[in-house]
Structures are given as structure tokens and as C-alpha cells.
Design a protein around this ligand. Structure first.
Ligand code: ADP
Ligand code: ZN
Length: 516
């Protein structure tokens, strides 16, 4: 290349010291440099920050970065400065002098990156209109959506950025957006034409295992026998269970420590440090543990209780096997946990979303087809093959050729114009004679009653399997209506074979006490 301008690779090398881009980084950066809006979905550790930091350096002017947490801003700014890049952050908790200094640097065009909390950005509206902004980057963009797992009301104001700065490219970044959240982010930020980049969320080295949540301590002790001297994390729902599980493991001779928000921060740092340096091998924690912990050789993660949504589950299992070597993840599923989690969600402002997400988590735990396909399907990534590295692939249930049934279901979904939720689809297939069906005239469609030989419960299980296999998708944010995926079209028109598992007999799930 004879151009005098440094190439992207030069910038990557000189400013960040890296030789190559991680997957999707280069494509995203080019899209930004072409002045297009961008939605970047990348798993944690995928290298999101570089996607706006490098364009900020490549373009004249300043990039405005919106970030939800002071700690995150501070970390990034420190790292940038240590690479000699002019960056600063602004938030309401800073001393006034520091704020003034940062603002005058910003006004004088001295900063390449300016980090700001969503609450503060509109306080600076005037200033922003008088400086040269090359890019807006919205980090942790799922915070804008009630469908995201971490809704921040202040984020919703960011929708007006595009209106105020129509010429400035905007990039939204997140690690944890299911497809409903992705759509919502683009809508709320008013970037309907944003190009979407989704890096693969697959972590093929993680073995995905789900077992019934009975006699959990006994099962854990059994599990640990084949995982001696390995580091691992056990996640529990309550502080009390972290203490009691840690105690039981200690009694059994394992060096386990409880970790939760009720422990003093010095003690927590000590526990983290001992874990990172392999002095403690097992941490029994509430979800507070693991954020920002850099430990590559965590060999297993156990969920003593079911997480409240798939995003959380994915993030927590993702803390194992970062070195790429095999790691075992084990989820205990009990109906009692579902009941408990429902109670937590009820009466909160986001109850509806939380319950919908909980239901998806439950469907994952009850899945009778490849777990990885179900997990990735949730994020809108559809694997074509079973993974071979999960409990279901390992010990498959009995399958039958369910192609005909799958065709009936897909055809019903199509004839219902992809407008109806699971319950109605099943009612129609079973030829239910109820008012909802009759009011809409569904008794006249061709697939009405096409599966009246299958019980309601079994049919529900089959439809969930079709969702988990990526044949259908649930649009949560649109009343949970079912829609067809490209795979469904193959089922309908190319005779693609589908295998379904025979539903297992219902186990003793009705117990509603949590056995610690
Ligand atoms: P995310 O925000 O997606 O979790 P980060 O932006 O924090 O990820 O990046 C994760 C890690 O990867 C960081 O340690 C970062 O320095 C590193 N990283 C980013 N880009 C590259 C690259 N091109 N080559 C090597 N390492 C990279
Ligand atoms: Zn599998």
C-alpha cells in the first residue's frame, strides 16, 4: 500500500500492539469508517471496544462513548491513556475541577475519546453541538431495551441523538442481545438501517449439562470426585445458600469460599485474588461474582439454582474455559427454582419481560434436543448440526421421525400469518373448539385439527423442540408470536427431515421447597 495514510493494521499495531483483528472487528470498523450506522453483537471478550476506539483514532475529531458504569469507563480510559491515547470520562460523581478540565479539553478538541454516562450526556448538549464529533458509540446498548436484562431508563433518551446529529455515524454494541433485543435497540436508537454484525457466540469447548435439581449436594460431591484440583464456580440464588453450600463442601474436605454482596469489599477482593492465584479452588457465589475477573483456567461452572434468563446463564458459564480447553458446565433444574424466580419477577415494572425470559430459560432446561442449538438459537444464531458436546447429544432420548408433524406445525404457523403465540398454534393444530379460535375464524384454516391425535402437553413439548432446534422463533416483544426461520422453509418445501424426542414422563417436579 503506497498511501501515506496509516492503514487500519498500522493503527492496530501502533496504538494497541495487536497483529491481527479478532472476528468481525475489521468489518465493523470499515462500516463505521464508511459513515454507516452499526449494530455490533459480540460475546464478552470479543473485542468490542476496539470497534469504536480505532475509528476514533482513524478519523479527525472526537468520539463520544456512552457507557453505563463508571468502573467500565475508568478502566477503558486508563487503558487508552497508557497507550498514549487522549481519552477522558465525565460523570456526575467527579470533583468539579476534574469535570471542568475534561470539558475544556473536549471543547479544545484535545480528546480522541470522550466517555460519558447516559444521565450526563444531555447536560452537555450545547457543548456537543460545538465540537467536531466523528462518532457516537453506545456501549452495553441492551440497556436501552426493556427486553435487555439490564434496563436503564436513562438510555432511552439516547434515541434523540440520531435526530440531533443525523450526519454522525452511530455504533451500538452489546454482548447479550437476543434477537428481540437487537431489533429493539435499532428501533429505539433510531438507526433502522444500521448494519448488524453478529459474532458467533459459540464456545465449543464448554460441555453443556443439565440435571434434575434433586440431592444437589450429593451430585456436586460426586461431580467433584472427577474434577479434583480444578478451579470452579458454583452459582446460587441467595446469599444463604452460598454460605450453606460452601460449608458443606468445606466439611467434605474441599477448599470452598462463599462470595456475595453481604461480605465486606476487602474480604471480597481477597477471595477473588485467592481464586485467581489458585489458592482457593472453589467459589460459591451469587451472580455478583465473576464480573471483570480475568481467570482463564476455570474448569467448571455449576448452577446450583437456575438463572433467571439465558443471557445470565450464558455469561456465567462463559467464565469457564476461557483458555479454550474443555470445561464442564452443569445446571441444576428444579421447578421450585422456577416458582421462586417467578415470585421475584412478579410486581416489578418489567414483570412481563422477565417472565417471558424465564420461560425461555425453563424451555432450555427442559430441552430434549441439542442444548447448544437451543442456546445459540436464542441469540439468533442457528447451527445446522447437533453439537456433540452436551448432555442431550451425549445420551440422546428416543427420537422418532417428526418431519410430518413439524410440517403440520410450520404450516399452521404460516397459515396463522406468523401472528399467533404457542398456545393458539397448538389449539388450532388440535382443533380446539373455544371462543378464541372461533372468534378469529381459525376453524376454517387448512391445518385446523391436523394434529388432533397428539395430546396438548406433548404437542407443546414438540413445538418447544422445534423452537430449540431453530425451526421456529418466538418473538417475545410481539406477544410471543411464533415465526418461521429459514430452516422452517426447508422443512416445508425441501422435505428437510426433523427428528423429535419422545417427551419424558413428568418427574417429581412439583416439590416446591428448595433443598439446600
Ligand atoms: P468486550 O468489550 O467485547 O468484552 P474488550 O473490548 O474488553 O471486549 O476486549 C477483550 C480483550 O481482547 C481485551 O483484553 C482486549 O485488549 C483484547 N483485544 C481486543 N482486540 C484484540 C485484537 N485484535 N487482538 C488481540 N486482542 C484483542
Ligand atoms: Zn449438543
Amino acid at each position: 500500500n503506497t498511501s501515506i495514510k496509516p492503514t487500519l493494521h498500522d493503527l492496530l499495531k501502533t496504538h494497541f500492539g495487536y497483529d491481527a483483528f479478532l472476528p468481525n472487528q475489521e468489518k465493523i470498523i470499515k462500516n463505521v469508517l464508511n459513515q454507516n450506522d452499526t449494530l455490533a453483537i459480540m460475546p464478552t471478550g470479543g473485542g468490542k471496544s476496539l470497534c469504536f476506539q480505532l475509528p476514533a483514532l482513524a478519523l479527525p475529531g472526537t468520539a463520544i462513548v456512552v457507557s453505563p458504569l463508571i468502573a467500565l469507563m475508568k478502566d477503558q480510559v486508563d487503558a487508552l491513556r497508557s497507550n498514549g491515547i487522549a481519552a477522558a470520562y465525565f460523570n456526575s460523581s467527579q470533583p468539579q475541577e476534574e469535570q471542568q478540565q475534561t470539558l475544556s479539553d473536549l471543547q479544545e478538541g484535545k480528546l480522541k475519546l470522550f466517555y460519558v454516562a447516559p444521565e450526563s450526556i444531555f447536560l452537555l448538549e450545547n457543548t456537543l453541538h460545538h465540537i467536531d464529533i466523528n462518532l457516537f458509540a453506545i456501549d452495553e446498548a441492551h440497556c436501552i431495551s426493556s427486553w435487555g436484562h439490564d434496563f436503564r431508563p436513562a438510555y432511552t433518551q439516547l434515541g434523540s441523538l440520531k435526530e440531533q446529529f443525523p450526519q454522525t455515524p452511530l455504533i451500538a454494541l452489546t454482548a447479550t442481545a437476543d434477537s428481540a433485543t437487537q431489533d429493539d435497540i435499532a428501533k429505539q436508537l433510531a438507526i433502522p438501517n444500521a448494519k448488524k454484525f453478529i459474532a458467533s457466540f459459540d464456545r465449543p469447548n464448554l460441555y453443556l449439562d443439565v440435571r434434575p435439581g434433586q440431592k444437589r449436594i450429593q451430585q456436586i460431591l460426586q461431580f467433584l470426585k472427577s474434577h479434583t484440583d480444578e478451579s470452579g464456580i458454583i452459582y446460587c440464588l441467595s446469599r444463604k445458600s452460598t454460605e450453606s453450600v460452601a460449608d458443606k463442601l468445606l466439611t467434605a474436605g474441599y477448599d470452598a469460599k462463599a462470595y456475595h454482596a453481604g461480605i465486606s469489599s476487602e474480604e471480597r477482593s481477597q477471595i477473588q485474588e485467592d481464586f485467581v492465584t489458585d489458592k482457593t479452588s472453589i467459589i460459591v457465589a451469587t451472580i455478583a461474582f465473576g464480573m471483570g475477573i480475568d481467570k482463564s483456567n476455570v474448569r467448571w461452572v455449576i448452577h446450583y439454582n437456575m438463572p433467571k434468563n439465558i443471557e445470565g446463564y450464558y455469561q456465567e458459564i462463559g467464565r469457564s474455559g476461557r483458555d479454550g480447553l474443555p470445561a464442564h458446565t452443569l445446571l441444576f433444574y428444579s421447578f421450585a427454582d422456577v416458582v421462586q424466580l417467578r415470585k421475584f419477577a412478579e410486581g416489578t415494572p418489567t414483570e412481563e419481560y422477565q417472565l417471558a425470559k424465564l420461560e425461555r430459560m425453563q424451555q432450555f432446561a427442559e430441552a430434549l434436543s441439542c442444548r447448544r442449538r437451543a442456546l445459540l438459537g436464542y441469540f439468533g444464531e442457528h447451527l445446522q448440526e447437533d453439537c456433540g458436546n452436551c448432555d442431550i447429544c451425549n445420551t440422546p432420548p428416543t427420537y422418532f421421525d417428526g418431519t410430518l408433524l413439524a410440517q403440520k406445525v410450520c404450516s399452521a404457523v404460516a397459515r396463522l400469518q406468523e401472528q399467533e403465540a404457542l398456545g393458539m398454534v397448538i389449539d388450532v393444530l388440535r382443533g380446539a373448539q373455544n371462543a378464541q379460535v372461533f372468534n378469529k375464524g381459525y376453524q376454517n384454516i387448512k391445518t385446523y385439527g391436523a394434529a388432533n391425535d397428539v395430546s396438548w402437553r406433548d404437542l407443546q413439548q414438540y413445538v418447544i423442540q422445534l423452537i430449540n432446534q431453530g425451526v421456529l422463533e418466538i418473538r417475545f416483544h410481539e406477544n410471543g408470536r411464533l415465526i418461521l426461520t429459514p430452516l422452517a422453509k426447508a422443512v416445508l418445501f425441501e422435505n428437510r427431515k426433523i427428528y423429535l424426542a419422545r417427551p419424558l414422563q413428568k418427574k417429581e417436579e412439583e416439590k416446591t421447597t428448595i433443598d439446600v
